[in-house]
Design a protein around this ligand. Structure first.
Ligand code: ZN
Length: 247
């Protein structure tokens, strides 16, 4: 089995974007144990279906990645990718000034911190310029959120990001077409393992919020783990239907 793991924030709020320090420490211990291979994102996508491996990703670029996660990952020799929102770098995750109930507003890494992370081997990917839902923007705005994000990151950091994550996991054909032209790989929030025939512009991921309890990630590959994946995917599908969003 191959899967891309998603984290956002390492904090104690218990919110849907949060995994606690203790849960994260347990995940790193298990990921470093050799029970599963941990690969850079591009290598995971290129690996065959018989590979047993994961890639680690963090959305939004929270400061707590630098404070809580980076040293542990580095010491354990685990590669990771952080998806950055250039127009909010050094600010907070108050995308568009909207406060979402239940989601903590937290500081995001500065350009200097992101540069230091990259120097330590962390891969930096793109997450749109302003954390926009790409199904809600068209034409020049869509281009600016995607290609403009690359330009801004290249201007600030040097390298051009080659991977991307859709804010809110929101993607439609127009967004995927623009993203496919610019990036080698793009991640959604569709909750399942990778398949060899996956569209490289619509890669599924496993949100670690759903695997934060002790033993859940460690059950990787078991029938119980696959059953849990299936159940979670059904639950999310129902939720999206209830909320009137396309699945
Ligand atoms: Zn995000």
């Amino acid at each position: 089995m191959r899967a891309i793991l998603t984290y956002h924030s390492i904090d104690e709020s218990g919110s849907p974007i949060s995994v606690s320090r203790e849960a994260f420490r347990a995940h790193v211990r298990w990921l470093a144990s050799g029970s599963v291979k941990v690969l850079p994102l591009a290598d995971l996508v290129a690996a065959g279906d018989d590979a047993d491996a994961v890639a680690i990703t963090f959305d939004d670029g929270f400061q707590n990645f630098a404070d809580e996660a980076a040293a542990q990952l580095r010491e354990a020799g685990l590669p990771s990718t952080v998806f950055v929102v250039p127009e909010h770098v050094g600010g907070e995750n108050d995308w568009g000034g909207h406060h979402v109930p239940g989601i903590p507003v937290l500081p995001l890494m500065s350009w200097a911190t992101l540069g230091a992370m990259a120097a330590q081997g962390v891969s930096l990917g793109a997450h749109t310029r302003r954390h926009r839902d790409l199904t809600q923007v068209r034409g020049a705005s869509l281009e600016d959120e995607v290609a403009g994000c690359v330009e801004r990151m290249a201007a600030e950091l040097g390298p051009r990001p080659t991977s991307f994550a859709y804010p809110y996991g929101a993607v439609d054909d127009s967004a995927a077409t623009v993203v496919r032209d610019v990036f080698a790989h793009a991640c959604t929030t569709e909750l399942r393992a990778l398949r060899s025939d996956d569209d490289r512009a619509r890669l599924p991921r496993l949100d670690m919020f759903y695997f934060r309890e002790p033993g859940q990630l460690e059950a990787w590959g078991s029938a119980a783990f696959r059953g849990r994946l299936w159940l979670r995917a059904q639950g999310r599908r129902v939720k999206r239907l209830v909320q009137g969003r396309a699945a």
